[in-house]
Design a protein around this ligand. Structure first.
Ligand code: ZN
Ligand code: ZN
Length: 595
């Protein structure tokens, strides 16, 4: 069955259900960044494989809304499908909800599976539709699943325990802290839908999704008990023992009937509107008081304790040693030929695999040579893969999941003789990276307020980069986690002592090259500047890997920036040398020499 046949079949189902449009968002019931195969419904119905993009099918038209990263790919993949491409972010593009309103007659119904619509998204759609008396109709059975005959089965991987020796806190204590937060807002219970919040609070990890060590589940925490909704087959004896007397287990789909019972008891339920799906709200709405706010667990989880930070430091040393082995290998292998973007990424993964506590990659490796480096989310495929030559610039953004932490690092290296402009732009990016790393700021400031420090050196030259400077990083959890971030689009969440974030300014010259330097940082209290009336925070860089000095124009660095670079390189040398053989130590000493 091709895409137009699938859409034709969907239209028959829509007529049976009495809806004039059907929504196929790209999200899953848990708002995950990476979807398991069984929930890639948008991909099945449209043939478009990008990570973001929503589809709407009406009885005579169909549209896909996606962002700038995917315009070319979507154009290509939608050919012959009968689906129109709507380019989000362009001023002339009609918004999805406005297009639906323009297409449907008054009094129409739009069908959607309430599991794949967040509470927030459902609210926005309802509001937009109300002007034309269009209603949102929640259809319990996902209509794409009806057509998708050979839909992959969900994963049945067993869940593992993430013991306190790595997490630094017992589940009992975590539950106590969550309950304190609940009672501070007058709530009697909290419904958890985001998979990383569930993994964190119960100290469990899973293998249901690529790159994110989480498992498919829901949870409810009340004042007196806790409930985990997960397929029985995944719950091992170890897991039962770990949560004995703390948690009651239920089958995954039983959350809905459980919530009906919860609603009958009354009280006030805490719901995170961004990560909770609308299906979970249906048994509660109108029956019980709802408190809408970001999950308290998102905030608790973002402040890493001493054990977690020690784990981060340990796995970043392991990861740094793998990076050093990779960079030395790359330098020697490229001139002999045969190294491609994909083979280099696999080689790097091989070095990581040998590291202690390595579990898997934390995201798909961006291994980008020359002009591919300018495509910010470039993911090499056999069709785009190119050979690395002893010239030009190579950018590699990669990371690992370790039992004691999560890593994310970008290095840009010169494979030949860099030109003047490349050295200048690399150095401006590095200045931004260093200036942010050295910044000391009063407690209460958000990432939005300090983002520009990483851009100033580029702005001075009339340049900028089109992405955020930093994102939160989970502890052996999702490589992208909130609530804070260092980006102009941040919602103003104050940065906290114990937050782990990335520091990753870049510069991209379309059709030529891309530059990015990314280290992880942890926020600490600045003892020197803090006083009784004002507390100051600072960053400590915890990623360990040399920065390519061949691309640095020392003349452009200030004395302070040069000192930072030399101090950083000394630390990299001291901490990584014990993990490397003589050959690599020699190479590292040269690469971390003082400038
Ligand atoms: Zn990265
Ligand atoms: Zn990153």
């Amino acid at each position: 069955m091709n895409v137009s046949e699938r859409i034709a079949r969907l239209r028959e189902l829509m007529k049976e259900r009495g809806v004039q449009a059907y929504l196929v968002p790209s999200t899953d019931p848990h708002h995950s960044e990476y979807l398991p195969e069984c929930w890639k419904r948008r991909q099945f119905i449209s043939g478009f494989t990008g990570s973001a993009g929503d589809v709407v099918v009406t009885l005579n038209r169909a549209g896909l809304w996606t962002d700038g990263r995917y315009f070319l790919q979507a154009e290509d993949q939608l050919q012959g499908s009968g689906i129109d491409l709507f380019k989000m972010g362009l001023p002339e593009t009609t918004k999805m909800e406005d297009w639906i309103v323009s297409q449907l007659p008054e009094g129409s119904s739009v069908g959607v599976d309430p599991r794949v619509l967040s509470v927030e998204a459902a609210g926005k759609l309802k509001k937009a539709f109300s002007e034309k008396d269009i209603s949102l109709k929640y259809i319990d059975r996902n209509l794409v699943d009806v057509i998708w005959e050979d839909r992959p089965a969900p994963s049945d991987s067993p869940i593992t325990v993430h013991p306190p020796e790595f997490s630094g806190e017992t589940v009992e204590h975590k539950l106590e802290r969550v309950r304190e937060k609940l009672s501070s807002k007058g709530c009697s219970s909290h419904v958890l839908c985001a998979l990383d919040t569930i993994a964190w609070v119960f100290d469990l990890r899973g293998k249901d999704i690529d790159y994110n060590p989480v498992f498919i589940s829901y949870a409810v925490i009340t004042e007196e008990d806790a409930h985990l909704f997960v397929d029985r087959g995944k719950v091992t004896e170890d897991v039962r023992e770990h949560l004995a007397n703390l948690v009651t287990f239920h089958p995954y789909e039983e959350i809905s009937s459980f919530l009906k019972g919860l609603a009958e008891k009354g009280g006030r339920v805490w719901i995170d509107p961004v990560t909770t799906n609308k299906w979970l709200m249906l048994p509660l709405e109108g029956k019980v008081k709802i408190h809408m706010e970001r999950s308290p667990i998102t905030d608790l989880k973002s402040v890493k304790n001493g054990t977690e930070l020690a784990g981060f430091r340990k796995c970043l040393a392991t990861d740094g040693a793998a990076m050093v082995r990779f960079l030395k290998w790359l330098e020697e292998a490229v001139p002999s030929g045969g190294v491609t973007e994909i083979s280099a990424a696999l080689k790097l993964e091989g070095f990581r695999r040998e590291g202690e506590g390595f579990v898997g990659l934390s995201f798909n490796t961006i291994s980008a040579y020359g002009e591919h480096g300018a495509i910010i989310h470039y993911d090499p495929t056999p069709e785009t893969d190119v050979e690395l030559k002893p010239e030009g610039i190579y950018l590699v953004d990669s990371g690992g999941q370790y039992v004691n932490g999560t890593t994310d690092i970008t290095r840009t290296v010169s494979l030949g003789e860099p030109n003047e402009e490349q050295r200048e732009m690399f150095t401006r990016v590095l200045k931004g990276h260093i200036d942010l790393a050295m910044l000391r700021f009063p407690r209460g400031f958000s990432g939005k307020q300090i983002d520009a420090f990483a851009r100033k050196a580029l702005w001075d030259a009339g340049k900028n980069y089109g992405h955020g400077t930093g994102h939160g990083v989970g502890h052996y959890l999702n490589v992208h986690e909130g609530p804070m971030g260092i980006t102009p689009r941040d919602k103003g969440v104050p940065l906290m002592e114990g937050n782990v974030l990335s520091n990753e300014p870049g510069y991209y010259k379309a059709g030529e090259y891309g530059i990015r330097t990314e280290n992880l940082v942890v926020i600490e209290k600045d003892q020197e500047l803090s006083s009784e009336e004002l507390e100051f925070l600072k960053f400590e860089t915890i990623t360990l890997c040399p920065i390519d000095l061949r691309l640095v124009d020392e003349e452009l660095l200030t004395e302070e920036e040069r000192k930072w670079l030399n101090d950083y390189h000394r630390k990299v040398r001291e901490e990584l040398s014990p993990l490397l053989d003589e050959d690599h130590v020699r190479w590292l000493s040269e690469r971390t020499r003082a400038v």
